[in-house]
Design a protein around this ligand. Structure first.
Ligand code: FAD
Length: 313
C-alpha cells in the first residue's frame, strides 16, 4: 500500500503553502494515503491548518522544545523514526526541504529524488535538470522508501475543506547534540512573501545601486507585489540574498512576473518558468529575457519605471 508522509513547513504559527503543494503532488499517486507530519515546539495551530487540506488522512504532531526553530539535523532523526511503515516521505523543494530531506534520505540509506515536477507512477517521476532545460524520468527502487522533494512551482496547493484527525506521534528518536540553534538573523519585511506572492517585481544589475533599487520597491508597493532580483543584483549588494530568483535562488510561480533590467540568463529563467505572465523591461531589444516574455518593453528603466509607478498611483 502507498502511504505518504508529507513533512509540513511552517513558522510556528502558519503553515507554508508548500505543504499543500506537496500534498497535491502526493495525491497524484494512485490510492495513496497521505499523512502530514508537523514538528515544532507548540504546533496545535499549524496542525489544525494542515488538517484542513483535502486528501490528508491524518496529521501527526511531534512537540519538543528543540524543534523550534526548525534545525534539519534535529528534525531528521525524528522524521526517520516516524517514517516506519511509509512507502514515501515528501518535503518541499524550498530552503527548508532542501536542507532537511537529504538528511532524512541519508539516515534511511536511500538516494533522494529531487524536485519532482510530475508523477508517472508510484515510483517514477519527472524532474528538471540543466537549469530546467531538460526533463528526466527517474525510477526509484520498489523495495525501499522513496524520499523526495517536490518542486512547489509545479503544483497548485491542494484545496482546503477537510477535517483530518490530529494525533500526537509517539516516536523513539535520539536527538543529536552536535548541532543546535544559536541565533537567527533575518531581515524583517511587511512585503508579500516571494514564494507565495501572486505578483513579483524583480530588478537586475542594471539598477546600479541599493538606492536605485528603491524604484523596484516603489513599483512593487503600487502593485502589492513581492520584490525579487537577479543574482548579479545580489552579488553587487543591492538587495539581500533571499530576494534572488533562479537556479541558485528561489523557484517561483507568480501570476505576474516583471523583470526589470534583467538580461534573462538561463539560470534566472529557470526560476520563473512557471510564472503566468512575464513582463520584461530592458533597454536592449536583443536581451534574451524577451524570448520568454509575454509582454516586452524596450526602454530605459530609469524613465519607464517611475512613469509606470506614477501611472499606477
Ligand atoms: C551556477 C550558476 C548559478 C546561477 N544562478 C543564478 C540565479 O539563481 N539567479 C540569477 O539571476 N542568476 C544566476 N546566475 C547568474 C546568471 O548567469 C547571470 O549572470 C545573472 O542572472 C545576470 O544578472 P542580470 O540579468 O541582473 O545582469 P546582466 O546580465 O548584466 O543584465 C543586465 C541587463 O540590464 C539591461 N539594462 C542595462 N541598463 C538598463 C537600463 N537603464 N534600462 C533597462 N535595461 C537596462 C541590459 O541590457 C542587460 O540585459 C547563475 C550563474 C551560475 C554560473
Amino acid at each position: 500500500m502507498t502511504k505518504i508522509l508529507v513533512i509540513a513547513e511552517h513558522n510556528g504559527a502558519a503553515l507554508n503553502p508548500s505543504t499543500a503543494k506537496c500534498v497535491a503532488c502526493a495525491a497524484q499517486i494512485d490510492g495513496a494515503a497521505i499523512d502530514i507530519a508537523v514538528l515544532g515546539a507548540s504546533v496545535a495551530e499549524v496542525a489544525a491548518q494542515a488538517a484542513q487540506i483535502n486528501g490528508v488522512s491524518r496529521v501527526l504532531t511531534i512537540e519538543r522544545e528543540e524543534n523550534d526553530p526548525a534545525v534539519a539535523a534535529i528534525l531528521a532523526p525524528q522524521i526517520v523514526a516516524m517514517a516506519d511503515g511509509y512507502s514515501h516521505v515528501f518535503g518541499p523543494s524550498t530552503a527548508f526541504g532542501k536542507d532537511l530531506m537529504p538528511r532524512v534520505a541519508a539516515l534511511l540509506g536511500v538516494n533522494q529524488i529531487s524536485d519532482i515536477m510530475s508523477v508517472d507512477g508510484s515510483h517514477s517521476f519527472k524532474r528538471p535538470v540543466y537549469a530546467g532545460n531538460a526533463i528526466v524520468s527517474v525510477e526509484a527502487p520498489q523495495d525501499s522508501v522513496v524520499v523526495a522533494t517536490v518542486r512547489t512551482a509545479s503544483y497548485q496547493a491542494a484545496e482546503g475543506g477537510n477535517s483530518a484527525p490530529v494525533e500526537s506521534a509517539a516516536i523513539d528518536a535520539t536527538i543529536p547534540s552536535h548541532t543546535r540553534f544559536v541565533e537567527l538573523k533575518t531581515g524583517s519585511s511587511d512585503r508579500p512573501d516571494l514564494q507565495a506572492a501572486a505578483k513579483v517585481v524583480s530588478g537586475g544589475r542594471a539598477l546600479g545601486s541599493e538606492e536605485n533599487f528603491g524604484l523596484i520597491y516603489d513599483l512593487a508597493d503600487q502593485l502589492g507585489a513581492a520584490v525579487g532580483s537577479s543574482r548579479a543584483a545580489v552579488d553587487a549588494g543591492y538587495v539581500p540574498p533571499e530576494t534572488q530568483v533562479g537556479q541558485t535562488g528561489q523557484i517561483i510561480a507568480p501570476d505576474l512576473y516583471i523583470a526589470i533590467g534583467i538580461s534573462g540568463a538561463i539560470q534566472h529563467i529557470t526560476g520563473i518558468k512557471d510564472a503566468g505572465t512575464i513582463v520584461a523591461i530592458n533597454k536592449d531589444e536583443e536581451a534574451p529575457i524577451f524570448e520568454v516574455a509575454d509582454i516586452g518593453l524596450v526602454g530605459d528603466l530609469f524613465t519607464v519605471v517611475p512613469e509606470l509607478t506614477k501611472a499606477l498611483g
